[in-house]
Design a protein around this ligand. Structure first.
Ligand SMILES: C[S@@+](CC[C@H](N)C(=O)[O-])C[C@H]1O[C@@H](n2cnc3c(N)ncnc32)[C@H](O)[C@@H]1O
Length: 271
Protein backbone atom coordinates (compact mmCIF):
# COMPACT_ATOMS: atom_id res chain seq x y z
CA UNK A 1 0.00 0.00 0.00
CA UNK A 2 1.21 3.51 -0.89
CA UNK A 3 2.19 5.96 1.89
CA UNK A 4 -0.91 8.02 2.63
CA UNK A 5 -0.71 11.74 1.80
CA UNK A 6 -3.25 14.50 2.45
CA UNK A 7 -2.81 17.17 -0.22
CA UNK A 8 -5.21 20.09 -0.44
CA UNK A 9 -5.99 21.97 -3.68
CA UNK A 10 -3.02 24.29 -4.33
CA UNK A 11 -5.22 27.04 -5.79
CA UNK A 12 -8.25 28.85 -4.50
CA UNK A 13 -10.75 28.22 -7.29
CA UNK A 14 -14.23 29.55 -7.84
CA UNK A 15 -16.63 26.62 -7.79
CA UNK A 16 -14.05 24.52 -5.89
CA UNK A 17 -15.71 21.39 -4.53
CA UNK A 18 -14.11 21.25 -1.07
CA UNK A 19 -17.39 22.01 0.70
CA UNK A 20 -19.21 19.21 -1.16
CA UNK A 21 -16.54 16.54 -0.94
CA UNK A 22 -18.42 14.26 1.46
CA UNK A 23 -21.53 14.37 -0.73
CA UNK A 24 -19.41 13.38 -3.75
CA UNK A 25 -17.52 10.64 -1.94
CA UNK A 26 -20.75 9.06 -0.69
CA UNK A 27 -21.89 8.66 -4.30
CA UNK A 28 -18.77 7.31 -6.01
CA UNK A 29 -19.02 4.04 -7.94
CA UNK A 30 -17.74 1.11 -5.81
CA UNK A 31 -15.01 0.06 -8.25
CA UNK A 32 -13.58 1.63 -11.34
CA UNK A 33 -10.44 1.53 -13.46
CA UNK A 34 -8.96 4.93 -14.43
CA UNK A 35 -10.15 8.26 -13.02
CA UNK A 36 -10.98 11.14 -15.41
CA UNK A 37 -11.64 14.73 -14.40
CA UNK A 38 -12.19 16.90 -17.49
CA UNK A 39 -12.79 20.24 -15.69
CA UNK A 40 -10.07 19.84 -13.08
CA UNK A 41 -9.94 23.41 -11.66
CA UNK A 42 -8.63 23.17 -8.09
CA UNK A 43 -9.05 19.37 -8.19
CA UNK A 44 -10.71 18.96 -4.78
CA UNK A 45 -12.11 15.50 -5.58
CA UNK A 46 -8.94 14.27 -7.29
CA UNK A 47 -6.75 15.28 -4.32
CA UNK A 48 -9.09 13.69 -1.80
CA UNK A 49 -9.08 10.39 -3.74
CA UNK A 50 -5.43 10.37 -4.78
CA UNK A 51 -4.32 7.64 -2.35
CA UNK A 52 -6.74 5.22 -3.99
CA UNK A 53 -6.05 5.97 -7.65
CA UNK A 54 -3.81 3.96 -9.98
CA UNK A 55 -4.21 6.26 -12.96
CA UNK A 56 -5.82 9.68 -13.48
CA UNK A 57 -6.32 11.86 -16.55
CA UNK A 58 -6.99 15.52 -15.75
CA UNK A 59 -7.87 18.21 -18.27
CA UNK A 60 -8.78 21.92 -18.18
CA UNK A 61 -9.12 24.76 -20.65
CA UNK A 62 -7.22 27.22 -18.46
CA UNK A 63 -3.70 27.03 -19.89
CA UNK A 64 -1.90 28.71 -16.96
CA UNK A 65 -3.59 26.34 -14.52
CA UNK A 66 -2.48 23.32 -16.58
CA UNK A 67 1.09 24.66 -16.80
CA UNK A 68 1.04 24.99 -13.00
CA UNK A 69 -0.16 21.39 -12.49
CA UNK A 70 2.66 20.23 -14.74
CA UNK A 71 5.26 22.34 -12.91
CA UNK A 72 4.13 20.81 -9.59
CA UNK A 73 4.29 17.35 -11.11
CA UNK A 74 7.72 17.77 -12.75
CA UNK A 75 9.74 20.50 -10.95
CA UNK A 76 8.22 21.19 -7.51
CA UNK A 77 11.48 22.26 -5.85
CA UNK A 78 12.39 24.83 -8.52
CA UNK A 79 8.83 26.13 -8.35
CA UNK A 80 9.06 26.49 -4.56
CA UNK A 81 12.30 28.50 -4.96
CA UNK A 82 10.56 30.92 -7.31
CA UNK A 83 7.59 31.24 -4.95
CA UNK A 84 9.97 32.05 -2.10
CA UNK A 85 11.38 34.85 -4.26
CA UNK A 86 7.88 36.26 -4.85
CA UNK A 87 7.15 35.99 -1.11
CA UNK A 88 10.31 37.97 -0.27
CA UNK A 89 9.42 40.68 -2.82
CA UNK A 90 5.70 40.83 -2.07
CA UNK A 91 4.27 44.37 -2.01
CA UNK A 92 1.59 46.24 -3.88
CA UNK A 93 4.16 47.43 -6.45
CA UNK A 94 5.47 43.88 -6.93
CA UNK A 95 1.90 42.53 -7.35
CA UNK A 96 1.01 44.98 -10.12
CA UNK A 97 4.40 44.52 -11.82
CA UNK A 98 3.91 40.73 -11.87
CA UNK A 99 0.30 41.09 -13.02
CA UNK A 100 1.40 43.30 -15.92
CA UNK A 101 4.32 41.16 -17.13
CA UNK A 102 3.74 37.63 -18.42
CA UNK A 103 6.85 35.44 -18.35
CA UNK A 104 7.51 32.83 -21.03
CA UNK A 105 9.08 29.86 -19.22
CA UNK A 106 6.61 27.31 -17.78
CA UNK A 107 8.20 27.50 -14.30
CA UNK A 108 7.89 31.29 -14.20
CA UNK A 109 4.33 31.14 -15.53
CA UNK A 110 3.43 28.66 -12.77
CA UNK A 111 5.09 30.74 -10.03
CA UNK A 112 3.33 33.91 -11.25
CA UNK A 113 0.00 32.07 -11.42
CA UNK A 114 0.31 30.80 -7.82
CA UNK A 115 1.63 34.12 -6.50
CA UNK A 116 -1.31 36.04 -8.04
CA UNK A 117 -3.79 33.40 -6.86
CA UNK A 118 -2.59 33.70 -3.25
CA UNK A 119 -2.47 37.50 -3.17
CA UNK A 120 -5.29 38.69 -5.45
CA UNK A 121 -8.79 39.66 -4.38
CA UNK A 122 -10.66 36.51 -3.22
CA UNK A 123 -8.44 34.15 -5.26
CA UNK A 124 -10.46 35.04 -8.34
CA UNK A 125 -9.24 34.20 -11.82
CA UNK A 126 -10.55 36.75 -14.27
CA UNK A 127 -9.05 37.82 -17.59
CA UNK A 128 -9.89 40.56 -20.07
CA UNK A 129 -10.70 39.94 -23.75
CA UNK A 130 -7.04 39.59 -24.67
CA UNK A 131 -6.38 37.12 -21.85
CA UNK A 132 -4.66 39.58 -19.43
CA UNK A 133 -5.24 38.81 -15.75
CA UNK A 134 -7.10 41.82 -14.29
CA UNK A 135 -8.00 41.05 -10.66
CA UNK A 136 -6.86 43.71 -8.12
CA UNK A 137 -4.65 42.91 -5.13
CA UNK A 138 -6.45 41.39 -2.11
CA UNK A 139 -6.33 42.73 1.43
CA UNK A 140 -4.19 40.09 3.16
CA UNK A 141 -1.69 41.20 5.81
CA UNK A 142 0.34 37.99 5.55
CA UNK A 143 -0.66 35.87 2.52
CA UNK A 144 0.60 32.28 2.60
CA UNK A 145 2.37 32.36 -0.77
CA UNK A 146 4.75 29.38 -0.68
CA UNK A 147 2.87 26.46 0.99
CA UNK A 148 5.89 24.21 0.53
CA UNK A 149 4.65 21.04 2.23
CA UNK A 150 1.34 21.13 0.37
CA UNK A 151 3.09 21.58 -2.99
CA UNK A 152 5.23 18.54 -2.20
CA UNK A 153 2.13 16.54 -1.22
CA UNK A 154 0.39 17.60 -4.46
CA UNK A 155 3.55 16.58 -6.36
CA UNK A 156 3.27 13.06 -4.91
CA UNK A 157 -0.46 12.91 -5.68
CA UNK A 158 0.20 13.88 -9.30
CA UNK A 159 2.52 10.92 -9.77
CA UNK A 160 -0.43 8.88 -11.08
CA UNK A 161 -1.80 11.73 -13.21
CA UNK A 162 -1.49 12.94 -16.76
CA UNK A 163 -2.52 16.60 -17.08
CA UNK A 164 -3.68 17.99 -20.38
CA UNK A 165 -4.72 21.36 -21.71
CA UNK A 166 -7.88 21.47 -23.79
CA UNK A 167 -11.58 20.97 -24.13
CA UNK A 168 -13.38 18.36 -22.00
CA UNK A 169 -14.08 16.29 -25.11
CA UNK A 170 -10.37 15.64 -25.74
CA UNK A 171 -10.23 12.63 -23.43
CA UNK A 172 -11.50 9.13 -24.08
CA UNK A 173 -12.57 7.22 -20.99
CA UNK A 174 -13.27 3.54 -21.60
CA UNK A 175 -15.71 0.98 -20.18
CA UNK A 176 -15.53 0.85 -16.35
CA UNK A 177 -13.48 4.04 -16.07
CA UNK A 178 -14.98 6.78 -13.90
CA UNK A 179 -15.36 10.40 -15.08
CA UNK A 180 -16.32 13.26 -12.78
CA UNK A 181 -17.52 16.39 -14.61
CA UNK A 182 -17.66 19.74 -12.81
CA UNK A 183 -18.22 22.26 -15.63
CA UNK A 184 -18.84 25.99 -15.22
CA UNK A 185 -22.39 26.00 -13.91
CA UNK A 186 -25.44 26.89 -15.88
CA UNK A 187 -26.30 30.32 -14.40
CA UNK A 188 -29.12 30.48 -11.89
CA UNK A 189 -29.32 34.23 -12.53
CA UNK A 190 -27.61 36.61 -14.94
CA UNK A 191 -25.24 37.69 -12.18
CA UNK A 192 -23.81 34.20 -11.59
CA UNK A 193 -20.09 33.82 -12.17
CA UNK A 194 -19.22 31.53 -15.08
CA UNK A 195 -16.37 33.32 -16.87
CA UNK A 196 -13.42 31.04 -15.94
CA UNK A 197 -11.64 31.44 -19.25
CA UNK A 198 -11.79 33.93 -22.11
CA UNK A 199 -14.51 31.77 -23.62
CA UNK A 200 -17.72 31.63 -21.64
CA UNK A 201 -19.32 28.24 -21.22
CA UNK A 202 -22.63 28.74 -23.00
CA UNK A 203 -25.88 26.73 -23.13
CA UNK A 204 -24.61 25.26 -26.41
CA UNK A 205 -21.57 23.93 -24.46
CA UNK A 206 -23.86 22.40 -21.83
CA UNK A 207 -25.68 20.60 -24.67
CA UNK A 208 -22.38 19.51 -26.23
CA UNK A 209 -21.31 18.17 -22.81
CA UNK A 210 -24.57 16.25 -22.37
CA UNK A 211 -24.15 14.65 -25.83
CA UNK A 212 -20.58 13.67 -24.96
CA UNK A 213 -21.72 12.21 -21.62
CA UNK A 214 -24.46 10.17 -23.34
CA UNK A 215 -21.80 8.76 -25.68
CA UNK A 216 -19.66 7.74 -22.68
CA UNK A 217 -22.69 6.25 -20.92
CA UNK A 218 -23.27 4.00 -23.95
CA UNK A 219 -19.66 2.87 -23.74
CA UNK A 220 -20.09 1.79 -20.10
CA UNK A 221 -18.23 4.65 -18.39
CA UNK A 222 -19.34 5.54 -14.83
CA UNK A 223 -20.34 9.20 -14.77
CA UNK A 224 -20.89 11.79 -12.08
CA UNK A 225 -21.72 15.39 -12.99
CA UNK A 226 -22.17 18.50 -10.82
CA UNK A 227 -24.25 21.42 -12.02
CA UNK A 228 -26.75 23.96 -10.82
CA UNK A 229 -30.27 22.75 -10.24
CA UNK A 230 -31.98 24.70 -13.03
CA UNK A 231 -34.86 23.55 -15.20
CA UNK A 232 -32.57 23.65 -18.24
CA UNK A 233 -30.06 21.21 -16.68
CA UNK A 234 -32.72 18.89 -15.20
CA UNK A 235 -34.30 18.73 -18.64
CA UNK A 236 -31.00 18.04 -20.44
CA UNK A 237 -30.44 14.99 -18.22
CA UNK A 238 -34.00 13.70 -18.08
CA UNK A 239 -33.20 10.32 -19.69
CA UNK A 240 -34.14 7.37 -17.42
CA UNK A 241 -30.55 6.21 -16.96
CA UNK A 242 -29.58 9.46 -15.18
CA UNK A 243 -30.18 9.68 -11.42
CA UNK A 244 -30.63 13.16 -9.93
CA UNK A 245 -29.49 13.94 -6.37
CA UNK A 246 -30.10 17.37 -4.81
CA UNK A 247 -27.24 18.40 -2.51
CA UNK A 248 -26.74 21.61 -0.55
CA UNK A 249 -23.58 23.69 -0.80
CA UNK A 250 -22.50 27.08 0.45
CA UNK A 251 -21.73 29.38 -2.49
CA UNK A 252 -20.03 32.73 -2.05
CA UNK A 253 -19.30 34.20 -5.46
CA UNK A 254 -22.36 36.16 -6.36
CA UNK A 255 -22.66 39.88 -7.01
CA UNK A 256 -25.89 40.17 -5.06
CA UNK A 257 -25.16 39.75 -1.33
CA UNK A 258 -28.79 38.68 -0.73
CA UNK A 259 -28.22 35.63 -2.93
CA UNK A 260 -25.18 34.32 -1.08
CA UNK A 261 -25.59 31.33 1.19
CA UNK A 262 -26.66 27.72 0.85
CA UNK A 263 -27.99 26.73 -2.54
CA UNK A 264 -29.20 23.46 -3.88
CA UNK A 265 -26.97 21.88 -6.52
CA UNK A 266 -27.53 18.89 -8.71
CA UNK A 267 -25.42 15.75 -8.77
CA UNK A 268 -26.18 13.45 -11.66
CA UNK A 269 -24.98 9.86 -11.88
CA UNK A 270 -25.60 7.03 -14.38
CA UNK A 271 -25.14 4.22 -11.85
C1 LIG B 1 -16.36 24.59 -11.61
S1 LIG B 1 -14.67 24.71 -12.11
C2 LIG B 1 -14.06 23.18 -11.56
C3 LIG B 1 -13.81 23.19 -10.06
C4 LIG B 1 -13.12 21.95 -9.53
N1 LIG B 1 -13.99 20.80 -9.49
C5 LIG B 1 -12.55 22.20 -8.13
O1 LIG B 1 -12.75 21.42 -7.20
O2 LIG B 1 -11.87 23.24 -7.97
C6 LIG B 1 -14.77 24.56 -13.86
C7 LIG B 1 -13.43 24.42 -14.61
O3 LIG B 1 -13.71 24.15 -16.00
C8 LIG B 1 -12.71 24.77 -16.82
N2 LIG B 1 -13.28 24.87 -18.19
C9 LIG B 1 -14.09 25.82 -18.73
N3 LIG B 1 -14.46 25.49 -19.98
C10 LIG B 1 -13.88 24.28 -20.26
C11 LIG B 1 -13.89 23.40 -21.38
N4 LIG B 1 -14.59 23.67 -22.51
N5 LIG B 1 -13.19 22.23 -21.31
C12 LIG B 1 -12.47 21.93 -20.19
N6 LIG B 1 -12.42 22.73 -19.09
C13 LIG B 1 -13.12 23.89 -19.12
C14 LIG B 1 -12.43 26.08 -16.12
O4 LIG B 1 -11.14 26.57 -16.48
C15 LIG B 1 -12.54 25.68 -14.63
O5 LIG B 1 -11.28 25.32 -14.10
Amino acid sequence: MKNQITPQPFVKWVGGKRSLINELIKRLPKNFNSYYEPFIGGGALFFSLCNKLEKAILIDKNLELVITYNAIKKQPKKLIERLKQHARNHSETHYYFVRQNKPTSPLDIAARFLYLNKTCFNGLYRVNKSGGFNVPIGKYSNPNIVQESNILACHKALDVAEIKYGDFSHVEPQKQDFAYFDPPYHPTSEASFTAYTKDNFMESDQIRLRDYIVKLHRKGVYIMLSNSSTEFIRDLYKAKYFNHHEVFAPRYINCKPGERGKVSELLITNY
